[in-house]
Design a protein around this ligand. Structure first.
Ligand code: GLN
Length: 500
């Protein structure tokens, strides 16, 4: 019996190369683990066993012949269900796309497979990636593997939970205002938001196009580096992808970190106090991480990000405005669901959108349409764009002083399912630490830095444009200082699947 994949990218590849296991056996072990755990966690919405087997056999044939294996050879991967997969159902967590089969693969998916990864299936998320808790999925909430009464975070909650529970070695997620980093923090895994343009958005179903990013979730910085190396780089199919050379992220991990200047924004800790409070356990864990880095030779410098307090409001104006435009395409004609038996075309549009979208998506379409309407455009949308430029300028100034900025990923650890869903404003304030990197387009990483009340806490490092290599390196060194965290207790036995 092959062990379940609480394995790293390198160990998977080595074991396959050395014929201790096969990519096929690993994929089968994953499907076994998923079958055991999915009824409790609700992570996978669609499995792709045939596609996985075909890819695994390809890798196994290379290993049989003793040929060199590609970097992600045989690595089982989960894909957030907002990334298009050819012929494989892509729901975006919405009834609107319940039976939608894309005609093509997202570039990130295509590149993962080209690098040897085995795609296991599509994982649950908030509807059209709108949410911070996964409770907005039309297919029910994902449960946090650390405590199944709690949310895994959103919107890439399925991706984070899959990685934490060993239902895949790594995953792809998307981040528009925090959706890779926040669930990574809640589930005790690593999540990387790349620079805007670093990874192609082709095939990512659009939410807020100027804010949407594709990125990896993994159990270590090194695994995240392997995934990013595979998916990064210019793509002729995405005009906003950047033609900037892709460094060897894995090789650069070992460069030293002593002497790095880490900025601690005063506002990050102060602002949380005004909006319901930075949890004491989160604060302690993040401070502990910073102390460890200081002892390792990094220099901590207090900095200012003066426009932090406006970031959440700015994000929710711009993201909803762009969403209202992007989601106009779901009209019952072009894609997916169509309300049956409407008596007129207008009624068909109305009923399709009424039945196809959930409450949060409708709320955002309404807010976004309002913010873009002729009478209010200047007061809301245009002003938000101006503040966005100031937020980017805050970062520009900060990176003249420091190499990296550190702060918590979230004000609290994972909250209970149902606790905040009735109060959208409270839910939005959860994003206080994550939205500004998306608004500025700079990269950021979240990685576990301890537990608070038995739940994982994430520390977040933000870097200058295209500084992913530096972020991964800092994270990699910090992981060594920190020692292991996780897996979640119910998933801790070697080869365990959380079944009790
Ligand atoms: N929580 C934020 C929102 O609800 C971010 C979502 C995201 O990054 N996709 O919009």
């Amino acid at each position: 019996m092959t062990e379940l994949p609480l394995l790293s990218v390198e160990i998977v590849r080595r074991r396959i190369a050395e014929r201790q296991t096969t990519a096929t056996a690993l994929a089968e072990a994953c499907f076994g683990a998923i079958a055991a755990a999915n009824p409790r966690l609700n992570v996978y919405l669609t499995l792709s066993p045939e596609r996985a087997r075909a890819q695994a056999e390809k890798i196994d044939r290379l290993a049989d012949r003793g040929l060199p294996l590609p970097p992600l050879a045989g690595v089982p991967v989960a894909v957030k269900d907002v990334l298009s997969t050819r012929g494989l159902r892509t729901t975006c967590g919405s009834r609107m796309l319940e039976n939608y089969l894309p005609q093509y693969d997202a570039t990130a998916v295509e590149r993962l497979e080209a690098a040897g990864a085995v795609i296991l299936g599509k994982v649950n998320c908030d509807e059209f990636a709108m949410g911070s808790s996964n409770e907005n999925s039309a297919y029910g909430p994902v449960r946090n593997p650390w405590d199944t009464e709690r949310v895994p975070g959103g919107s890439s909650g399925g991706s984070a939970a899959a990685v934490a529970a060993g239902l895949g070695v790594a995953a792809l997620g998307s981040d528009t205002g925090g959706s890779i980093r926040q669930p990574a923090a809640f589930c005790g895994v690593v999540g990387l938001l790349p620079t805007y343009g670093r990874v192609s958005r082709f095939g990512l179903v659009a939410f807020g196009s100027s804010l949407d990013h594709v990125g990896p979730l993994a159990r270590s910085a090194k695994d995240a580096a392997y995934l990013l190396a595979a998916i990064a780089g210019a793509d002729p199919k995405d005009a906003t992808s950047a033609d900037v050379p892709v460094p060897d992220y894995v090789a650069e991990l070992e460069q030293p970190i002593a002497g790095l200047k880490i900025g601690i924004p005063r506002e990050a800790f102060a602002a949380a106090g005004e909006t319901g409070g930075l949890d004491a356990g989160v604060n302690a864990a993040v401070r502990g991480a910073l102390d460890a880095l200081e002892r390792a030779g990094c220099q901590l410098v207090e900095i200012r990000l003066p426009h932090t307090e406006y970031a959440t409001a700015t994000y929710y104006l711009i993201a909803t405005a762009e969403a209202s435009a992007n989601l106009a395409r779901y009209d019952g004609v072009r894609y997916g669901f169509r309300a049956p038996e409407a008596e007129s075309l207008r009624a068909m549009y109305r009923q399709t959108r009424d039945h196809g979208f959930g409450a949060e998506v409708k709320r955002r379409i309404l807010l976004g349409t309002y913010a873009l309407s002729a009478g209010y455009y200047d007061a809301y949308y245009r002003r938000a764009q101006r503040v966005r430029a100031r937020i980017a300028e805050d970062y520009r100034q900060a990176f003249q002083q420091v190499d990296v900025i550190a702060m918590p990923t979230t004000p609290t650890p994972a909250f209970r399912i149902g606790e905040r869903i009735e109060d959208p404003l409270r839910m939005y304030l959860n994003d206080i630490y994550t939205v500004s990197a998306d608004l500025a387009g700079v990269p950021a990483i979240s990685l576990p830095c301890g537990l608070a009340g038995g739940l994982p806490v994430g520390v977040q490092f933000t870097g200058n444009y295209f500084a992913e290599s530096l972020l991964l390196r800092l994270a990699h060194h910090y992981e060594r200082l920190r020692g292991p965290i996780g897996p979640p207790p119910a998933f801790a036995t070697p080869g365990g699947n959380g079944a009790q």
